[in-house]
Design a binder for this molecule. Structure first.
Ligand code: PXP
Length: 243
């Protein structure tokens, strides 16, 4: 199972002072050395954490996979098409939200979404859609013609202590997506405590994890924080050791 480390919150700390430390590009380098298969960064329209110069530097310095998260704003899609990360994950974005609160609203797909998918795909970028874990969203993603989806694990992250309903929902959606020919990714709100059950779902091949790793890095350093998450994932995976 692939682990992509989201380094947005390294930039959040830097932007709190609008200075030059800590550097998310250096964090990405260390995360990769510590076992991350890729790096994820979200260039938001309001530029609250990651900046254009970060994305440019990451596009040339990440050795594994660079997964750029973006909304459908034409200006940011243009930048992505120019930088050509291996993967682009399209997410919904609302200015007032603290973080990405739900999946894309595919019940009302917009021309702008399809245009973003088409432009990114034409630039040779693998496109993934961040969706809620439900059957309708999976069907809509298939209809949109993308190769991959990232299932929003936020509901699971809130509810995992209170029974298995949210995990079951995640597994059903993951199975539907995989059986429909989509590559299945997952992320949002995953922590050292709750990642195991998601890592054990064999339908899922990639996790995107940020806040929990960057939080732990304050105490342990980013390398040990990534290595520990790597261990949590690998030990939960059936036939352990297999990534
Ligand atoms: N995946 C997507 C699409 C996201 O928007 C985010 C948050 O930026 C993450 C994964 C990572 O979430 P977290 O920081 O809660 O681990």
């Amino acid at each position: 199972m692939r682990l992509y480390v989201n380094i947005d919150h390294v930039a959040t700390l830097r932007e709190a002072r609008r200075t030059d430390e800590p550097d998310p590009v250096e964090a990405a380098r260390i995360a990769e050395s510590a076992g991350a298969d890729g790096i994820t960064a979200h260039l938001r329209e309001d530029r609250r954490h990651i900046q254009d110069r970060d994305v440019e530097a990451l596009a040339s310095s990440v050795r594994g996979v660079f997964n750029l998260e973006l909304a459908t704003h034409p200006e940011i899609v243009t930048l992505a098409c120019h930088l050509r990360p291996f993967q682009a994950t399209l997410v919904p974005e609302r200015r007032e939200e603290i973080t990405t609160e739900g999946g894309l609203d595919l019940a009302r797909p917009t021309a702008r979404l399809q245009e973003a998918i088409d432009r990114l795909t034409a630039a040779g970028i693998r496109v993934s859609l961040f969706i809620d874990p439900d059957a309708a969203a999976v069907a809509a993603a298939r209809a949109a013609g993308v190769p991959a989806v990232e299932l929003h694990t936020g509901r699971y992250a809130h509810a995992w202590r209170r029974g298995s309903a949210a995990l079951d929902e995640l597994q059903r959606a993951a199975r539907l997506a995989r059986d429909g020919g989509l590559a299945v990714h997952a992320g949002h709100g995953l922590t050292y405590e709750n990642v195991g059950a998601v890592a054990a779902l064999t339908e899922i091949e990639e996790l995107n994890i940020g806040h929990s790793i960057v939080s732990r890095a304050i105490f342990s350093g980013i390398g040990p924080a990534v290595a520990e998450m790597r261990r949590c994932i690998d030990s939960a995976r059936p036939h352990s050791g297999g990534r």
